[in-house]
Ligand binder design. Structure first.
Ligand SMILES: Nc1ncnc2c1ncn2[C@@H]1O[C@H](COP(=O)(O)OP(=O)(O)O)[C@@H](O)[C@H]1O
Ligand SMILES: [Mg+2]
Length: 246
């Protein structure tokens, strides 16, 4: 099998400038492979680098050494550890999705558009081919379709319809998390990164998220997740990758 993701001997340390430049070795030779349709759960005590690996995979953090190979549809591999920021941004439009614990969206943007924009972005051609902008009526039609898809996902996640057109800033933690989940799942990603996606959800919505993760596996996403909720982890993870070290 050709894995979608190959984490190869990754090292990452933080320099704590407020503590006499003390070096904190967080990732010390991590290697991990994830196949299409597979979900690997990162486990281990808090503070061991699970979220740090996620942020490296999402391109937020650079690594000090090692490779993060992502295999694309054409079989080519890109090393996320060495990719230019512009390439990372473009990969995030359709290849890599990340559901973090915290929602970050544009201020005053309606919740439904925070999700619909992911569909629009994913459908955009590569930046160099963007010379010909869609005409207004086509753009409106594309937005209508994207909003319909976003609404269907909100309905599945039991997000009250009255909230759809409101900006999520004032939503409860669980409501914001569902907007975040919808943003992560609306476009089928090659690599799906889930950092505690169910932390503030009730039982019913945890089950919905389990269903969404299973659907994503069936569609061939490679998934790396951190799930403190054991029920969710047992329901979706094929394998555990342990960050505990002696
Ligand atoms: N940006 C950062 N700067 C300095 N230290 C950090 C940074 N991010 C994480 N750390 C430290 O790295 C360690 C691993 O953190 P993290 O990856 O969040 O752990 P986990 O997700 O396993 O709980 C912790 O000791 C944390 O304080
Ligand atoms: Mg964490």
């Amino acid at each position: 099998m050709n894995p979608v993701l190959e984490v190869d001997d990754v090292h990452k340390r933080f320099t704590l400038h407020l503590r006499d430049a003390m070096q904190l070795r967080v990732l010390d030779g991590v290697s991990l492979r994830v196949e299409a349709g597979e979900c690997v759960a990162l486990v281990g005590p808090s503070g061991r680098g699970k979220s740090t690996l996620m942020k490296c995979l999402h391109g937020n953090y650079a690594v000090d050494a090692g490779h993060l190979w992502l295999r694309l549809a054409d079989g080519e591999r890109v090393d996320l550890a060495a990719a230019a920021p512009r390439l990372i941004v473009s990969l995030r439009r359709r290849e890599i999705a990340y559901v973090s614990q915290f929602l970050r969206v544009l201020p005053r943007q309606p919740a439904i558009d925070a999700v619909a924009e992911r569909v629009i972005e994913a459908a955009q051609p590569a930046p160099q081919a963007q010379a010909d902008p869609l005409d207004d009526s086509l753009q409106q039609a594309a937005l209508d379709v994207a909003r319909e898809q976003a609404g269907a996902l909100f309905a599945r996640l039991n997000l009250p319809r009255g909230l759809w057109s409101l900006p999520p800033a004032t939503f409860s933690g669980g409501e914001q998390q569902r907007v975040n989940i919808a943003r992560g799942f609306i476009v089928p990603a090659r690599l799906l990164l889930l950092d505690e996606p169910t932390a503030s959800l009730d039982e019913v919505n945890r089950r919905v998220v389990i269903g969404l993760i299973r659907d994503a596996k069936r569609r061939g996403s490679a998934i790396v997740g951190i799930f403190h909720d054991e029920e969710v982890r047992d329901a979706v993870a094929d394998r555990r990758f342990d960050f505990t070290r002696a």
